[in-house]
Design a protein around this ligand. Structure first.
Ligand SMILES: CCCCCCCCCC(=O)SCCNC(=O)CCNC(=O)[C@H](O)C(C)(C)COP(=O)(O)OP(=O)(O)OC[C@H]1O[C@@H](n2cnc3c(N)ncnc32)[C@H](O)[C@@H]1OP(=O)(O)O
Length: 218
């Protein structure tokens, strides 16, 4: 049992900070939260996950790692905040906004016409036989597709459906070009398309529907 409770992550909307279209009206995007080395902390976590995916520890080493992780978890338990003020997700200066649950990507261009990014699937994104897991490919498309929708409407949308066509194998540890764009819009419905290329080779493409949230809609 840790000091934290599930409520730490689920602070309800308040009068001075209402949920609006899925996000808080006063959500502050900042590059300050978590301090100047927060990005390096996230990178070390990703590196740890890479190693965990491939490590075969002895019983003794596994016990040692468990003890070390318990200490690290206890340290972070003293610093938990709600999702609206957590740096992970709002640090726009970091790959994937500092969100460790996303494959790390960097945006090179973004606007109402779409988003261009470079994504690297890490060793811990392994599916099998040395290439990326298809679910992780879909996560990259979902986030960057949602970003294309957000930049078009200047607001928040949620995924209605998302279809990925896996055209060829998606390599790990390789910078891949991602493009997502609004193919057409019908009212609240944004039809989003996307591609992931390894050089000239198409790895996957996406066909998705995002629905713009109404004010107050979660
Ligand atoms: C800058 C930062 C960028 C960050 C990007 C992050 C992106 C991440 C996005 C996500 O992963 S969101 C999580 C996954 N998605 C969900 O959990 C959504 C769950 N579903 C819902 O919450 C609701 O179904 C939804 C908000 C999507 C729609 O419900 P509504 O009640 O608002 O709309 P409604 O059901 O009336 O549908 C509106 C229109 O969309 C159509 N529609 C809705 N879902 C559909 C669907 N699945 N397929 C086809 N059409 C669909 C629906 O028929 C209708 O068409 P018409 O206006 O023409 O009548």
């Amino acid at each position: 049992m840790t000091d934290s409770s599930p409520q730490d992550w689920n602070i309800p909307a308040k009068e001075d900070s209402p949920h609006e279209g899925g996000f808080r009206a006063d959500l502050k995007i900042t590059t300050e939260r978590g301090g100047p080395t927060y990005g390096e902390m996230i990178e070390q976590v990703r590196t740890f996950m890479d190693k965990v995916r491939y490590a075969c520890p002895t019983h003794e080493l596994a016990d040692e790692v468990i003890d070390d992780l318990k200490k690290l978890n206890a340290k972070l338990d003293t610093m938990l905040v709600d999702e609206w003020t957590s740096p992970s997700g709002t640090r726009v200066d970091l790959p994937s906004r500092g969100n460790i649950t996303l494959p790390p990507y960097e945006i090179s261009a973004g606007g109402p016409d779409g988003v261009d990014a470079t994504v690297i699937f890490r060793r811990f994104h392994l599916g099998g036989n040395g290439v990326a897991h298809g679910g992780h490919v879909a996560i990259a498309f979902d986030d960057l597709g949602g970003m294309a929708a957000a930049l078009r409407i200047g607001g928040v949308s949620r995924t209605g459906y998302l279809t990925v066509n896996y055209r060829s194998l998606t390599p790990l540890e390789t910078p891949l070009a991602v493009r997502t764009w609004v193919d057409r819009q019908e009212g609240r419905k944004l039809f989003i398309k996307g591609t992931i290329h390894d050089g000239d080779r198409l790895c996957a493409d996406m066909d998705a529907l995002f629905i713009a949230l109404k004010p107050g809609q979660a």
